[in-house]
Design a protein around this ligand. Structure first.
Ligand code: ZN
Length: 87
């Protein structure tokens, strides 16, 4: 058996694994009302490197709980390889 190298974990992988079950893509009304918070995230993501490839500068996606709109999960997403990480 060999040690596997870092493989991109895409949002599609997470959806398949059930990690995002009960969540739908998009901002909650409360987070959408925080433009300053979004600007800070954009600033941080612009200088953040991907853990799975040499890409610097990531996007991000928010998912809101269908049952509790106050609950959400945010993931960085690499535009080059699709790797995602929750933050
Ligand atoms: Zn990447």
């Amino acid at each position: 058996m060999t040690v596997s190298t870092a493989r991109p974990t895409t949002l599609a992988d997470r959806e398949r694994s059930g990690e995002l079950e009960g969540f739908r893509p998009g901002h909650t009304p409360s987070t959408a009302a925080w433009p300053i918070g979004g600007d800070v995230v954009a600033e941080v993501m612009a200088t953040t490197g991907c853990a799975a490839c040499p890409q610097v500068g990531l996007g991000w996606r928010d998912f809101t709980s269908i049952e509790d709109p106050r609950s959400w999960r945010s993931y960085s997403v690499c535009p080059a390889c699709g790797h995602s990480e929750e933050f």
